[in-house]
Design a protein around this ligand. Structure first.
Ligand SMILES: [Ca+2]
Ligand SMILES: [Ca+2]
Length: 260
């Protein structure tokens, strides 16, 4: 496996300047790393048992769990970007070349959960602006509309036209008005809760809930909401099929859910 080299832009103080052999020499003291770039990973860098991790609130790194080996996506500035340098994506945006060739899908706002279902389809939810949270079926080359359309509106009350006004954008499979503030996502395939196999679980921040979603083809709908009384930041399925929830905040608890 080739290891990508990482480039860092470092902010530094100039401590000393002098001339030696006709050249200007600077003595620099690094202060902090301002920007880090790791180039695209080759396909074989993707681990077969890797999972989803949120690295920062605005960066979501995704490596699939072996079901779709050639897809790795990184959430960057409104796009899901494929780090796979060797699989041309073949859509209109990619045809622009350069960085655009890595764009997998566009028009996302703030995805905080992504997972594959049993059929290998990729789903991601995203926090809307004021309301209009979405669950989307992620397809290569699709534009999911933000900021041009949203079933929510701007926080200051200004209107954002709803999805239905612009059918050229991929409409959400499910959306929430009022908001649930989705965070964390797991499509359940465990044995402990057999009745929930195939359901998705979404943590809710403002809704302080665990939301269960069922799929029907390309559609999805909320079918159950558990009042957790606390903001739920993350949802994962454990290897034994237990559901793990992480509460938000410095005193947040890690909860393990099993059948009674
Ligand atoms: Ca959208
Ligand atoms: Ca709207």
């Amino acid at each position: 496996m080739r290891k990508p080299t990482t480039t860092r832009l470092v902010v530094a103080w100039i401590r000393r300047v002098w001339v030696a052999s006709g050249a200007l020499v600077l003595l620099l003291m690094p202060v902090y790393v301002w920007w880090t770039y790791t180039p695209r990973l080759p396909v074989d860098a993707l681990s077969s048992d890797a999972t989803v991790s949120v690295e920062r609130s605005d960066v979501l790194r995704f490596v699939p769990r072996g079901r779709v080996r050639s897809v790795g996506l990184v959430w960057v500035a409104g796009c899901l970007v494929s780090p796979d340098a060797y699989a041309p994506l073949g859509h209109a945006v990619a045809a622009q070349g350069g960085v655009a060739a890595q764009v997998w899908s566009l028009g996302h706002r703030n995805p905080l959960g992504i997972d594959f279902d049993a059929a290998g389809r990729l789903w991601a939810h995203e926090m809307g602006p004021a309301h209009g949270d979405e669950l989307n079926l992620i397809e290569r080359g699709s534009n999911y509309g933000y900021p041009i359309v949203s079933n929510g509106d701007h926080y200051d009350g200004r209107d954002i036209p709803d999805h239905a006004t612009r059918p050229e954008f991929h409409e959400p499979a499910a959306y929430w008005v009022p908001a649930i503030s989705p965070a964390g996502f797991a499509i359940y395939d465990g044995d402990l809760f057999k009745q929930w196999q195939g359901s998705a679980f979404i943590g809710g921040l403002s809704s302080k809930a665990l939301v269960r979603v069922e799929f029907a083809g390309d559609d999805a709908r909320e079918v159950e909401r558990f009042d957790m009384k606390r903001r739920i930041r993350e949802v994962r399925q454990g290897p034994d099929g237990a559901l793990w929830l992480l509460e938000d905040g410095s005193r947040g608890r890690l909860l393990r859910l099993t059948p009674r």
